[in-house]
Design a protein around this ligand. Structure first.
Ligand SMILES: NC(=O)c1ccc[n+]([C@@H]2O[C@H](COP(=O)([O-])OP(=O)(O)OC[C@H]3O[C@@H](n4cnc5c(N)ncnc54)[C@H](O)[C@@H]3O)[C@@H](O)[C@H]2O)c1
Length: 253
């Protein structure tokens, strides 16, 4: 059963919100009556389609195109979203990239070169920093909350590359740092997804086929599963901050 909150008058910004986990969060907020700014890459047809679809059905939703990996574009995007929404209660730092279509084994140092490091750290680690910095004042004013999308690969590897695992481990650490930095007005938590049903560009061979056998709850996590966890950590969870919750059907249990 889906959790529900009365979020009438609340305002959320979800990065990478046009697809997958981010879209799951957007739907959860809209279902509860919040106004939502949906961020995704500039020129994304998916972003336009998502905003139009929800707008037509009467939801308060605005597009917030911008690249979280761009030091100038990102703060501008956040500032405009806050202005469009008239303030901010929830920031979901969800946009991310694996930077590869096929998983890279840990011993393949050549494919994990300087350019690859720069891309992954820039989008997956500095991106959330840029958004958090740009939104911190508005979140302090509202007494709001941040949820970061990390990964279970942050805890022990096994992600699409060592660099990806390191970036997500950094985000778990920053979740604690920012929880202290922004307390007591703003809580900061993270989810660590396991196997995800999404358009994620990097696929592990046989993942969908094998998931029921390896995930204790017997299935892959859906965007709705992750959206619900994000909703709880932001709109509920009043006494939880600095934590990363594994949302993985028991995979790491
Ligand atoms: N899919 C997985 O297996 C998996 C597992 C653990 C964690 N995650 C994390 O979940 C988050 C969401 O991924 P998803 O599975 O929903 O994938 P997805 O591809 O469905 O969605 C990611 C969205 O982020 C957007 N995006 C990418 N780079 C961006 C940028 N620089 N600026 C703005 N938007 C950008 C993409 O256009 C896309 O719409 C990511 O942070 C990812 O690292 C995914």
């Amino acid at each position: 059963m889906l959790a529900t909150y009365d979020l009438e008058g609340k305002r959320a910004l979800v990065t990478g919100g046009a697809s997958g986990i981010g879209l799951g969060a957007v739907k959860a907020y809209l279902r509860c009556g919040a106004s939502v700014a949906v961020n995704d890459l500039p020129g994304s047809g998916t972003l336009d389609a998502v905003v139009e679809e929800f707008g037509v059905s009467g939801h308060r939703v605005v597009a917030a195109p911008g690249d979280v990996g761009d030091a100038e574009d990102c703060p501008r995007m956040v500032a405009r979203a806050i202005a469009d929404l008239g303030g901010l209660d929830y920031l979901v730092n969800n946009a991310g990239t694996p930077g590869t279509r096929r998983p890279i084994p840990p011993d393949d140092f050549d494919r994990q070169d300087e350019a690859f490091w720069n891309l992954l750290l820039n989008v997956n680690l500095i991106g959330p920093y840029r958004c958090t910095k740009a939104a911190a004042g508005a979140l302090r004013d509202s007494g709001g909350a941040i949820v970061n999308t990390a990964s279970i690969s942050a805890h022990g590897g096994g992600g699409s590359s060592s660099v990806y695992c390191a970036a997500k481990a950094g985000l778990v650490n920053l979740t604690k740092e920012w929880a202290r930095a922004l307390a007591p007005r703003t809580r900061v938590n993270a989810i660590a997804p396991g196997i995800v049903e999404s358009a994620w560009m990097c696929r592990f061979p046989g993942m969908e086929r094998d998931a029921p056998g390896v995930v204790p709850l017997g299935r892959i996590g859906t965007p709705a599963d992750y959206g619900e966890a994000i909703l709880f950590l932001s709109a509920g969870a009043d006494y939880i901050t600095g934590q990363t919750v594994n949302v993985d059907g028991g995979l790491t249990a």
